[in-house]
Design a protein around this ligand. Structure first.
Ligand SMILES: [Zn+2]
Length: 255
């Protein structure tokens, strides 16, 4: 069952196309585009908007737009110093029908990818930070910093580290997901709202299921600006919005 879910999600997104590191930000944001499997499907066109590396000062404005548009989203959260003041927002995120998921407490590649123990220690730290605000048992989805196909982890934990972490995630009964559409909103070039929309439109071309990577850090004000147009564009293309968890449920019942 769990394996089935994972396979369904995996068939929709895999294969690293490119990898970048952004040295100038305190949070390294690696961006991977992946190719989704196209072809016949019984499912409607679905899109998951996902926001990584928050919460931050930009999270509430995003929530206001999502509320106004009645669009559910998924937030892969961190618990760095810069997130601390905004962590209570995860309660609001859940209350408004969105999904809170795990990303990383520290988001420091050199620390989290040193070993599998180090990785799970970081996740433990993240869960402890979230515990006052939500039901931890509901937080079962994870996005690996840099994505599951990142190679930067090899430097710290060897070539098998991601494979090990993926297996261990599944052994815990948890799930992980990458993305197949990238807004590139946290890149060093600081794209404006129009460019973020264009990046998404290009990646989403021909895909029936889109998992869109965006960020809600303090540096991604242009993402807030772009969000209404992003929502409008997906609506016009006939997509239905859902959380990552809902996508997984739909894919498992749709098979
Ligand atoms: Zn991240």
């Amino acid at each position: 069952m769990v394996l089935g879910l994972l396979l369904a999600v995996l068939t929709a997104m895999i294969h690293l196309l490119y990898h970048r590191e952004y040295a100038e930000t305190e949070i390294p944001n690696d961006c991977f585009a992946a190719v989704a499997a196209t072809g016949e499907t019984a499912l409607p066109k679905l899109v998951c908007l996902t926001f990584d590396d928050g919460p931050s000062v930009n999270t509430q404005p995003l929530l206001d737009i999502l509320e106004e548009e009645k669009v559910p989203a998924t937030f892969f959260v961190c618990a760095q110093d810069i997130n601390q003041a905004y962590l209570p927002l995860v309660r609001t995120i859940v209350e408004q029908g969105h999904q809170v998921a795990m990303h990383s407490a520290t988001h420091r590649y050199a620390t989290i990818y040193r070993s599998s123990d180090a990785f799970w220690q970081d996740i433990k730290q993240l869960r402890q930070a979230l515990e006052p605000y939500l039901l931890l048992e509901d937080v079962t989805w994870l996005r690996f910093p840099g994505g599951s196909t990142n190679t930067v982890s090899y430097r710290y934990g060897g070539r098998e580290i991601m494979k090990t972490l993926k297996t261990q995630t599944e052994e815990k009964g948890w799930h992980w997901i990458d993305w197949n559409v990238c807004g590139e909103d946290a890149t060093a070039s600081h794209p404006d709202a129009q460019q973020i929309l264009r990046n998404i439109q290009e990646d989403a071309e021909g895909l029936s299921t889109c998992v869109v990577l965006l960020h809600d850090t303090k540096a991604t004000g242009q993402t807030v600006k772009a969000l209404p147009d992003i929502i409008q564009w997906f609506r016009a293309q006939g997509y239905t919005f859902c959380t990552v968890e809902q996508l997984s449920e739909l894919q498992s019942t749709g098979e």
